[in-house]
Unconditional design. Sequence first.
Length: 191
Amino acid sequence: MNKKVKIEVSARHLHLKKEDFEKLFGEGAELTVLKELSQPGMFAANEIVSVKDDFFEIEKVRIVGPLRTYTQIEISETEARKFKINPPLRRSGEIKDTPGMIIIGPKGQIKIDNGVIISKRHVHMTPEEAEEIKAKDGDLLRVKTEGERGLIFENVIARVHETYAWGMHIDTDEGNASGVSGCENGEALID
């Protein structure tokens, strides 16, 4: 079965737990909404930080809210090479045995011992959408893009939850390789 899916490029960003957010922005600080994202309840925050290690630093890294129960930095493979680290390809939230980094905010800085990942490409879907394409959470899908740089993404994880909205996320390296520059349609190829 084939079904169209909107493909969004997810640039580097981070998720913070409340304790770390307050260390970076001050006790009692609140995460504020810059713009709503396609996944219900998710938003790009006004607040930004810098992330660094001994070799490289990136300024103006956007926080994605709401606050979580863990702190995680998502970067691309290209950025990982600049940092001279080797973060694993993981689902969001799977931060065990990952590299750490320093995060610098306007009121302080923290060093996390783990939490840096390269996010696995994935398609968000509700249980009803998963049933429609005969997939379950964690299944691997293929998604085809069109255009001059069209390709087929293999190993796209099905992420199933009742609060999700149908849509695919890839990182900037994958967006550049496929010619996807923002929100474009692909076609999920369900075997």
